[in-house]
Design a protein around this ligand. Sequence first.
Ligand code: FES
Length: 101
Amino acid sequence: MSYYKRHLFICTNTREDGVCCQQHDAREKRDAVKKYAKHAGLTGQGKIRVNIAGCLDRCDEGPIAVVYPDAVWYRYQSVEDLQEIVDNHLVGGEIVKRLQI
Ligand code: FES
């Protein structure tokens, strides 16, 4: 069994020369959803983890997040979108189709 059930990687990269996820306040949104998951008791061994990621090379489609081990990619807009991904996909195993790319 893997240490974590699922990981959510959220790109928080800044690029001076073009479009990037941090233009959408990705870092602040990642911090908020990480707090949400922790306070809800969803994180830790055998559960889930929310991580920062560097550039995932899909900058034009951002802001970007990806769930592993499922390799499902998302474009989100809000902290609420990320919370929905955590609740429905990371915990519940259901892909959030409306945000999937
Ligand atoms: S800056 Fe986020 S995918 Fe490149």
